[in-house]
Write a protein that binds this ligand. Structure first.
Ligand code: UDP
Ligand code: MG
Length: 150
């Protein structure tokens, strides 16, 4: 299994509802490594680039309005097959279809306010990470761990 990095956002509804710790805790407990983390308010340009694949769709305007309305927490998680693993742990986009035990399946009822974002492919993950983080803002976990243990 390839070691991957993926972008996770706790969306404005998740931050407002104090679910940041819940989301972070789930990925930590699963065994992924946190390599980047920041709280920020997304502007329209960043939102449009982040959600470029949805430009022109009926829900695009409300999506951009929602994601820019209040701060989000952006994170980069690293581990074996991290992209798919995070998607599985998030649950389906529409919380009505999100399995119990998933983040959306346990915390969300609305497709618009569904608490988390996770990249949906390895290539897209690299692009999304670059939208939110400079390379120097991400930790090299392996070498950091060597320092902690020495
Ligand atoms: N979304 C929406 N209405 C829809 C489809 C999507 O409001 O009919 C929102 C929803 O919050 C979703 C986001 O747009 O999380 C991005 O959609 P995508 O299909 O990429 O879902 P995700 O990757 O977040 O599961
Ligand atoms: Mg998506």
């Amino acid at each position: 299994m390839a070691i991957e990095r993926t972008l996770v956002l706790v969306k404005p509804d998740g931050v407002q509802r104090a679910l940041v710790g819940e989301v972070v805790g789930r990925f930590e407990q699963r065994g992924l490594h946190l390599v980047g983390l920041k709280l920020l308010r997304m502007n329209r340009e960043l939102a449009e680039r982040h959600y470029a694949e949805h430009a022109g769709k009926a829900f695009f305007e409300s999506l951009v309005t929602f994601i820019t309305a209040a701060p989000v927490v952006a994170m980069v998680w690293e581990g074996p097959s991290a992209v798919a693993l995070v998607r599985t742990m998030m649950g389906a986009t529409d919380p009505a279809n999100a399995a119990p035990g998933t983040i959306r399946g346990e915390t969300a009822v609305s497709i618009g306010a569904n608490v988390v974002h996770g990249s949906d492919g390895a290539e897209r993950a690299e692009q999304e990470i670059a939208l939110f983080f400079q390379p120097g803002e991400l930790v090299d976990w392996e070498s950091a761990q060597e320092r902690w243990l020495s």
